[in-house]
Design a protein around this ligand. Structure first.
Ligand code: 48F
Length: 260
């Protein structure tokens, strides 16, 4: 059989369009493909929710690839290890209570599990805005990252979703837009975004899970974004909090959805 370039082209356009079309109305839309967003995507898709995840960059994985200061190993504690174990990711005990894992094995495996569980992942797309009706966030406004980078004047498209997870990491990008553009009070002690505090591994890890909450109607924060929203510290290259927070966000949404 002689390969036909036009068939290849049509195959890509056709299949991509179908995939995106299926994601114009979902149960959960996740912004950010770092460890927290991917773990949430996996658990939600495993619970048969329709899940889409948008990642700004070409590569999925956020801050996990780089381990600590580009040394591509991560550290997890006992609780975090249990999540890695669930994905079959190898860990090695370093000292009692501290385990290391290869960051490339970790993030590529979690990503693969999320996709195989049914989550749809779109890379190279940035979420630039939300849609709000009666104080409730009902969807996301998306555009190509390349459009954003080039500063082109191109209008975005939109998708609707029952629940949103802001898993954008240190920048809390989705909630920042909501705070700036909508008359919605946030579920933080100040009603505003509180901002991330300086490095403190122990406190940061614990608070990441506590701060994984519904921050305003329909919107949950997970991972570093949760601490940045609620004024918790960063924790550096220990990743248990990110993994557990992703799982917690999924559980909160599954619980809430069941009660509706
Ligand atoms: O930063 P990131 O890995 O967030 P996380 O899952 O994990 C944090 C750790 O990596 C690390 C840490 C360790 O404990 O503190 O920093 O909370 O992943 C966030 C992803 O979101 C993407 C961004 O490119 C990154 O890959 N992102 C951010 N804003 C947007 C976005 C946006 N507006 N639209 C799409 N993707």
């Amino acid at each position: 059989m002689e390969l036909n370039e036009i068939t290849i082209t049509k195959g890509i356009i056709d299949r991509f369009s179908k995939k995106l079309m299926e994601c114009t109305k979902v149960d959960v839309a996740i912004v950010g493909g770092g460890p927290a967003g991917l773990v949430a995507a996996y658990f939600l898709a495993s619970a048969r929710k329709r899940v889409v995840l948008f990642e700004r960059k070409l590569s999925i994985g956020g801050g996990m690839w780089g381990g600590g200061m580009m040394f591509n190993e991560i550290v997890v504690q006992e609780e975090g290890k249990s999540i890695l174990d669930g994905f079959g990711i190898n860990t090695v005990e370093y000292e009692p209570g501290y385990y290391t894992a290869d960051s490339v094995e970790s993030i590529s495996t979690i990503c693969s599990f999320a996709v195989k569980a049914g989550a749809r992942i779109f890379n190279l797309m940035s979420v630039e805005d939300v849609m709000i009706r009666d104080g409730h966030v009902v969807g996301l406004v998306i555009n190509w990252t390349a459009v954003e980078m080039a500063g082109l004047h191109v209008d975005p498209l939109a998708i609707s979703s029952k629940y949103i997870i802001d898993a954008t990491g240190h920048d809390t990008e989705v909630v920042k837009v909501i705070e700036r553009k909508a008359d919605v009070s946030l579920n933080t002690p100040t009603g505003k975004l509180m901002g991330e505090r300086s490095l403190w591994a122990e406190k940061g890890e614990r608070l990441t899970i506590e701060n994984t909450k519904e921050i305003c109607p329909g919107v949950f924060v997970a991972g570093m974004s949760a601490n940045a929203a609620f004024g918790g510290p960063r924790m550096g290259p220990i990743f248990g909090g990110m993994l557990l927070s992703g799982k917690r966000a999924a559980e909160l949404i599954i619980e809430k959805d069941a009660s509706h």
